[in-house]
Write a protein that binds this ligand. Structure first.
Ligand SMILES: Nc1ncnc2c1ncn2[C@@H]1O[C@H](COP(=O)(O)OP(=O)(O)OP(=O)(O)O)[C@@H](O)[C@H]1O
Ligand SMILES: [Mg+2]
Length: 433
């Protein structure tokens, strides 16, 4: 609104503006002036509208950004809560035991936290907690903020192994549609956990050794190597002594990986850990199942302590999971404890597990295996060779026992093997045949 006034005095002008005028014209007026003022005000109002719209858009954009940032912050918060939980779960607090053996393992882990670059090799039977030891090494050390990357070496196809470990550039091979980092780079400033390292294919062993020696990795198809700061923690339940003797594992790689070694003994050799582990598992499991934690009676504990646990801590956890369901919210009694194997079968299994990890010259101590071994050699003398199937038939044992005995005789140099896996045939060594 533009108003017209004949009195050029302040009070009436103020009144005009007060009721909503944006400008005024004094009488007598010229048409020219009116048109110019109107044009100016239309322009001003257009610009104001435009500015207002832009402002609104800007405000919307800012609020979107604020929201995104809030979301990122909560996600970060969530991540750090997860990291805390992970830490509580995998760091030293979630790793329980009280036996002297366990305490000395803890001591070693604590010492390793200070040597952030040394590779560590963890050995022990299946289910003893090797992965937990690896995580405890990582989450307690200076690289705790960095990634912990577990890689199961036995599950990686040999032809993909190099690109998976070291990465590749686009076009390095058919199907390489973009650049990719390998495990070494992904775990940079953190820990690369090589699980089942004893099963690593030979070609990869050589490449791994090179990477470990100079701390550099080269993506497939790329000319230059890159420096990485990746700590290597490896684990395996194979007997390296015989693997190396049989040429299945490189001696130099073994020594490179085993700057420090931690042997995690089987649960049956540290039964003092059973009560505390059992309670720990019950606590974790009942929380997961949203139950209150039941009491573990002396009877149940006695049953647990007398069993030999061929599957180690993992088996204990499974046994308790079932007991937790069966006790139906009441105390866990001996009758709720069910083992997967009969005590005799469990002992037979643990005996062969122990023998398998023992040095060859110690393995005769058990005695009971000797007649079986003699019978196998007699069979080979008569038939020329033996495989797993014929050994099973000969001794009336299962596949695992047959395979264990044959591999043991081979390790001890009393038989030689030809072929692999189910095609393996065992014969007498040349000199003796
Ligand atoms: N001392 C421990 N404290 C708490 N939990 C444990 C302990 N030892 C083992 N466990 C639990 O037992 C299970 C088996 O442990 P883990 O996977 O580390 O064994 P492993 O030695 O890597 O076995 P495998 O050779 O079969 O891979 C896991 O659920 C782990 O959390
Ligand atoms: Mg494991």
């Amino acid at each position: 609104m533009i108003f017209i006034t004949a009195y050029n005095e302040t009070s009436s002008l103020v009144e005009g503006f007060r009721v909503g005028g944006v400008d005024y014209i004094t009488k007598p007026f010229q048409a020219e002036e009116v048109l110019i003022r109107i044009a100016n005000h239309l322009k001003l109002s257009r610009l104001t509208n435009e500015l207002r719209a832009k402002n609104r858009a800007l405000e919307e954009e800012m609020s979107r950004r604020r929201q995104a940032e809030d979301e990122r912050d909560t996600a970060d918060g969530r991540l750090s809560i997860l990291a805390d939980r992970e830490n509580a779960r995998w760091g030293l607090p979630g790793f329980v035991g009280q036996s002297a053996t366990f305490r000395s393992i803890l001591e070693t882990i604590r010492r390793l936290h200070r040597f952030s670059n040394a590779s560590v090799l963890i050995t022990g039977e299946s289910g003893t907690g090797k992965e937990l030891v690896a995580r405890a090494i990582h989450y307690g050390g200076v690289h705790a903020e960095g990634p912990f990357m577990p890689v199961n070496c036995s599950a990686i196809p040999a032809e993909l192994a190099e690109s998976m470990f070291f990465g590749h550039v686009k076009g390095a091979f058919t199907g390489a549609s973009s650049d990719r980092k390998g495990f070494f780079e992904l775990a940079s400033n953190g820990t690369l956990f090589l699980d089942e390292v004893g099963e690593m294919p030979a070609a990869l062993q050589a490449k791994l050794l090179r990477a470990l020696e100079d701390g550099q990795v080269q993506r497939l198809g790329e000319a230059n190597a890159r420096k990485v700061q990746t700590r290597i923690v490896a684990a395996s339940n194979v007997d390296f002594q015989s693997s190396i003797a049989a040429g299945r594992f490189r001696r130099d790689l073994f020594f490179r990986l085993a700057r420090f070694t931690i042997d995690v003994p089987p649960l049956r050799e540290r039964t003092d850990d059973i009560p505390i582990l059992a309670r720990h598992f019950l606590k974790v499991l009942s929380k997961e199942m949203n139950l209150h934690m039941p009491e573990l009676t002396a009877g149940a504990l006695k049953a647990l302590r007398s069993y030999s646990f061929p599957g180690n801590a993992r088996e204990l956890r499974n046994v308790l999971e079932r007991a937790l369901v069966e006790c139906d919210g009441h105390a866990i009694l001996a009758e709720h404890i069910h083992f997967f194997f009969s005590p005799e079968e469990a002992q037979r299994r643990t005996r062969s597990l122990s023998e398998e990890l023992q040095a060859p010259n110690e393995s005769h101590q058990t005695g009971s295996a000797a007649p079986d071994e003699e019978r196998i050699r007699e069979f080979v003398q008569a038939e020329g060779c033996i495989n797993n199937t014929s050994c099973r038939e000969l001794l009336k044992v299962d596949r695992h026992r047959a395979s264990y005995l044959l591999r043991k005789l081979e390790r001890e140099g009393r038989l030689v093997v030809e072929g692999q896996g189910r095609w393996a045939q065992y014969r007498l060594p040349e000199a003796r045949a």
